[in-house]
Design a binder for this molecule. Structure first.
Ligand code: KIV
Ligand code: ZN
Length: 388
């Protein structure tokens, strides 16, 4: 039997922490629906205790999404954890993700707490969270820069309290692939009850190694959950990019030997939706989702691809959701072309009447504007009167 790799998407939480990427409840809900179509296993919908707006967004996503676990972040304190549980009440499957920093630097300078205090707080937080929710994830923030004996002590205790997932963040993107992979392996080997939890990786991209570090955490460390974001959106240089990790594991199944439940044809629509919503442009040479990711410009490459696509393509563009031909939308375009473009943008109308209303608006706009761009369509369906 092949192991499954759990894809935990945190676009709506860690991704949103990127300066300038904050999203409204409606925008988050639209992205959550696309993440559901993408079939991610877990959607981290936000940080319920951080603001009323985020509480409402987590709640709306928990009440709407049926096929993914919906998760809220919570600091390791009573207020945050109860607020997360409240926001998640309507979820089919809920997860509380609680965290506290464990590195000497963060404990001393940021938290101003002793290691013993952090240990007790982590333990109490997981105990409380487990009383409210059967699925609890614990993260030692800045885990990768933590002292290993202390980290083992904390993690053994939180597993004893019932944490079902243990996530090891490389919060500041300091890790090197082999070292990070070995770090996770050592933790799993040294902690006596480590096999009672699923191990997870959470890597930031400050040195451009978030994807490589995550994959090493999986291959060397034995982690079975990867935390990632669409387009690698995230604070500073971003997080591990979902599309890269998923396509690496799929394309090199011979090496990883793991299954992912993702519908890869929804990757490009998800990428576009996140980019259009946040205004963060995807660089043309970005792996998988960049405009040039499947473009062949040189004569030798074009000739090779025309003879046999495998000569210069390790993945198929259509397998990740690129459509072969781009139809220009204007006043002569029909309802089907409009509907198809909505799908490519990751927007699926929930009913025929919604689609009709959006199409009528599109026609009105097309009478005034020669060519309708993707941005126009996003703006048009963002109007409350046509979106769910
Ligand atoms: O990077 C980090 O440490 C985090 C944790 C809250 C999981 O995002
Ligand atoms: Zn993070």
């Amino acid at each position: 039997m092949t192991d499954k790799l759990i894809i935990f998407d945190t676009t709506l939480r860690d991704g949103e922490q990127s300066p300038g990427a904050s999203m409204t409840k409606e925008e988050k809900l639209r992205i959550a629906r696309q993440l559901e179509r993408l079939r991610v296993d877990v959607i981290e919908a936000g940080f319920a205790a951080s603001s009323n707006g985020d509480f409402e967004a987590v709640k709306a996503i928990a009440d709407t999404i049926k096929d993914c676990t919906v998760c809220s972040l919570a600091r390791a304190n009573e207020r945050d954890i109860t607020r997360a549980a409240e926001a998640l009440k309507g979820a089919q499957r809920a997860r509380i993700h609680t965290f506290i920093a464990t590195s000497p630097l963060h404990m001393e300078k940021k938290l101003r707490m002793t290691p013993d205090q952090v240990y007790e707080q982590a333990r109490a937080a997981v105990r409380l969270a487990r009383n409210l929710c059967p699925d609890v994830e614990f993260s030692p923030e800045d885990g990768y820069r933590s002292e290993i004996d202390f980290l083992c002590r904390v993690l053994e205790a939180v597993i004893e309290e019932g944490a079902t997932t243990i996530n090891i963040p490389d919060t500041v993107g300091y890790a090197i692939p082999e070292l990070y992979g070995e770090f996770i392996r050592t933790l799993r080997e040294r902690i006596p009850n480590s096999d009672k939890a699923i191990w997870s990786v959470h890597c930031h991209n400050d040195l451009g190694m978030a994807v490589a570090n995550s994959l090493a955490g999986v291959k060397i460390g034995g982690a079975r959950q990867v935390e990632c974001t669409i387009n690698g959106l995230g604070e500073r240089a971003g997080n591990c990019a979902l599309e890269e990790v998923v396509m690496a594991v799929k394309t090199r199944r011979d090496y990883f030997g793991l299954e992912v439940g993702i519908d890869t044809t929804q990757i490009v629509p998800a990428s576009r939706l996140v980019s259009q919503t946040t205004g963060f442009v995807v660089q043309p040479n970005k792996a998988v989702v960049g405009a040039n990711a499947f473009a062949h410009a040189s004569g030798i490459h074009q000739d090779g691809v025309l003879k046999a696509r495998d000569t210069y393509e390790i993945m198929r563009a259509e397998d990740v959701g690129w459509s072969a031909n781009k139809i220009v939308l204007g006043k002569l375009s029909g309802r089907n072309a409009f509907k198809q473009r909505l799908q490519e943008l990751g927007i699926v109308m929930e009913s025929e009447s919604e689609l009709n209303a959006a199409f009528a608006k599109f026609k009105e706009l097309a009478d005034r504007k020669a060519e309708i761009f993707d941005e126009d369509i996003i703006a048009l369906v963002s109007d409350e009167s046509v979106t769910p």
